[in-house]
Design a protein around this ligand. Structure first.
Ligand SMILES: N[C@@H](Cc1c[nH]c[nH+]1)C(=O)O
Length: 380
């Protein structure tokens, strides 16, 4: 038998990639099923885009990704087409492509959901994983307050169905600096990046030095939703903010007490392509975000859309372990119909393959005897 110390160097996994062993895989699967059931019940049809695509098409559907601000993708040359392929780092652009091509003629708003693995070349400090299991929903054809409310409500409902507690939603305004820089607090295009950077690091001195004095109040308008909103309302930006803030207020009113709401108007981490509205989801027991979403435009077709993505393998860390069901040992010559009936009732079975096997050693709690499951003593 192979012992762990027989590990060959070739058996080591690259940094940021790992095997999920049965207990963990069961937790991820249970969370996945619960979330998918919520999206399905709300009328979202599942699509399954491929794991890899032509790089140009993956990168081209999202503004930020095209600008190189996106998560770096693994790329390689396809020996068959001799074109560059990329492994997806996010499924939202793929769903955008489907909406803009195969489903271009489908009625809007179009509700699609998805679940699949994505990979990034470089992980973040907070979360070293380079493979991420995404599960999400995209509402195509609308980026209104109503669409945004539906997306947030659905995300919260899915997280609760997965068994997570203490859910909080952090609202942000991804295109805030661009909007204000146009007119209210004018900034030359080449200065915008510097101002965004200082807002990111919440450095008041740096912000002043970068010529972003007018943006200072934004630094303080962050925290619990009501207070932060009041702070932002006090920023007189010649009405440039009003429609956005009214929108946030309407979304928050819909959520009510289904989740705790905070507002960080300048947060842009993880928002590469979202437009007026963005949100980050957190849950009790997990330091990093369990999902993100917002409004955006599908690059190419310019169609408005709203959606969210949950990071399933991450959120499953705080999801409850599915309850163990009886595991029934099926010895040689067992009653097959009785075994099938037990499985139909939700029990699990393991069948004997060779002489000398002991069901208890193989994790069984019961043995099928005379057509009924009889409890086994745990192995000593
Ligand atoms: N796919 C984005 C979130 C998103 C979905 N739809 C719109 N935004 C992410 O993983 O961060």
């Amino acid at each position: 038998m192979t012992q762990p110390n027989d590990l060959l160097p070739a058996d080591l996994l690259p940094e940021g990639l790992e095997d999920r062993l049965p207990l963990e895989a069961a937790r991820i699967t249970a969370a996945m099923r619960a979330c998918l059931a919520v999206l399905d019940a709300h009328g979202y049809d599942r699509v399954r885009p491929p794991l890899l695509e032509f790089e140009a098409s993956l990168a081209g559907r999202m503004a930020g990704v095209a600008k190189g601000e996106g998560r770096a993708m693994f790329r390689f040359v396809d020996p068959a087409s001799l074109r560059t392929l990329a492994l997806r780092s996010d499924m939202t652009p793929q769903v955008g492509r489907i909406a803009a091509t195969s489903l271009a003629a489908a009625a809007r708003p179009l509700r699609l959901c998805y679940c699949g693995d994505t990979v990034v070349i470089k992980a973040s400090q907070l979360d070293p994983a380079r493979e991420r299991l995404q599960l999400g929903a995209e509402l195509i054809g609308a980026d209104s307050v109503a669409a945004a409310s539906e997306a947030v409500m659905l995300a919260v409902e899915a997280l609760k169905a997965a068994g997570l507690n203490g859910i909080s939603v952090d609202f942000t305004l991804p295109d805030l600096v661009d909007t204000l820089a146009e007119k209210a607090f004018p900034l030359a295009p080449e200065r915008r990046e510097a101002v965004r950077r200082e807002l990111d690091t919440k450095d008041a001195g740096g912000l002043r030095a970068a010529g972003g004095e007018a943006y200072l109040p934004l630094l303080y308008a962050t925290g619990p939703f009501a207070d932060a909103l009041a702070g932002l309302r006090a920023v007189d930006a010649g009405g440039a903010l009003k429609s956005r803030l009214d929108g946030l207020e309407a979304i928050a009113a819909q959520i009510g007490d289904a989740a705790r709401i905070t507002l960080d108007p300048t947060e842009r981490h993880g928002f590469e392509y979202q437009s007026w509205f963005g949100f980050t989801l957190y849950a009790e027991g997990l330091r990093s975000a369990v999902g993100r979403g917002g409004t955006y435009r599908i690059a190419g077709s310019e169609e408005p859309a709203t959606g969210f993505t949950l990071y399933l393998d991450r959120l499953a860390e705080a999801a409850p372990q599915p309850g163990a069901v009886p595991m029934v040992w099926l010895p040689f010559g067992h009653d097959r119909a009785a075994a099938a009936a037990l499985r139909a009732q939700g029990m699990r079975t393991r069948a004997q393959l060779a002489e000398g096997e002991d069901g208890r050693v193989l994790g069984c709690t019961h043995i099928l005897e005379g057509g009924i499951p009889v409890a086994l003593e745990a192995p000593s």
